[in-house]
Ligand binder design. Structure first.
Ligand code: ATP
Ligand code: MG
Length: 284
């Protein structure tokens, strides 16, 4: 699923990954390691949001350098800050935004989508994307693959009412699945932190991604919401999961664990084994 060979990622003057090598093929993969060890950089690399300066990267068999559109179409990313992932005014619109390239868009909704598109392009594809504020980058990551597709098709009045209806059905089903149906018309920014993170998951999962990359998705949540979000991420809904986290109990629930240290992969293996060694190293 993910193969790295001697990968270097530079962020400004910093080598955030410095010769990372890994070959992992498990449905759920925990990514652990100390602050600054390279977990988020790895997550963004896998999701196609940052690029390698050297080395080889393959994700789902794809080469991000040459197949970035396909990669972004098949991978969805979830970040820790729920506020920064909201791009549309209401809950339902925010979820619909994730599939905006797959259906006709009209009138005011089209206008608001285009405003959001512009925001994303500025944040993600503008100059110095790596230096952009967290919020802008996270919103860009959320829209992932559809952003590129919408760039090619958006604004054209093609499609049918069937397409719009189908999209509305998909949004309704997804809101139901994530327990947000009753909040559909509420302003997205008025939700609680836990509800906002469920909204972020809804936006990711409505696209039926083959791979979900989650970077500390439970960091700001209380225990109940953290459990809920984790259960959605770990459930087998036909996707694979890469989960960067400091929550070692959560990491233990994955099928494999990767331990990062100083920009390199130190170990890959059974979570119980890797976590025990990591915990022991933290006590030194
Ligand atoms: N935008 C950036 N510009 C320059 N250096 C960066 C940037 N983002 C991260 N780094 C550096 O890259 C290295 C890896 O950072 P990264 O965010 O991947 O670590 P992490 O394992 O996710 O840490 P944490 O557990 O604190 O989230 C660190 O030395 C960090 O300071
Ligand atoms: Mg991080």
């Amino acid at each position: 699923m993910i193969v790295l060979d001697d990968v270097v990622v530079r962020l400004g003057d910093v080598e955030a990954l410095r010769g990372a090598t890994l070959a992992v093929d498990a449905r759920t993969v925990a990514v652990i390691g100390e602050n600054g060890s390279g977990k988020s950089t790895f997550a963004r690399l896998v999701a196609g949001l940052t690029t390698a300066a050297s080395g080889t990267v393959r994700v789902l068999g794809l080469d991000p350098e040459h197949e970035i559109h396909e990669l972004r179409r098949r991978v969805a990313m979830v970040f820790s800050n729920p506020d920064a992932q909201i791009v549309m005014p209401t809950v339902a619109e925010d979820v619909a935004f994730s599939i905006r390239g797959q259906r006709p868009r009209r009138g005011a909704r089209r206008r608001s989508c285009e405003q959001a598109d512009a925001r994303l392009r500025t944040s993600r594809f503008g100059s110095g994307a790596d230096g952009a504020g967290d919020g802008a980058e996270e919103a860009g990551g959320k829209a992932g693959g559809t952003g590129d597709r919408a760039g090619g098709t958006g604004g054209k009045a093609g499609g049918t009412d069937d397409g719009a209806e189908e999209a509305a059905d998909r949004v309704a089903q997804t809101l139901e699945r994530f327990g947000l149906a009753a909040l559909a018309e509420r302003p997205a920014h008025d939700l609680s932190g836990g509800q906002k993170q469920l909204l972020a998951l809804a936006g990711a999962f409505i696209r039926h991604p083959d791979l979900v990359v989650a970077d500390e998705p439970t960091a700001y949540l209380d225990a109940r919401n953290a459990r809920l979000v984790a259960d959605h991420l770990l459930a087998d809904a036909g996707h694979r999961l890469v989960l960067a986290t400091h929550d070692l109990a959560l990491a233990r629930r994955c099928e494999a664990a990767v331990l990062f240290r100083e920009g390199r992969v130190q170990e890959l293996g059974e979570p119980a084994t890797i976590i025990a060694r990591y915990e022991a190293s933290l006590q030194c």
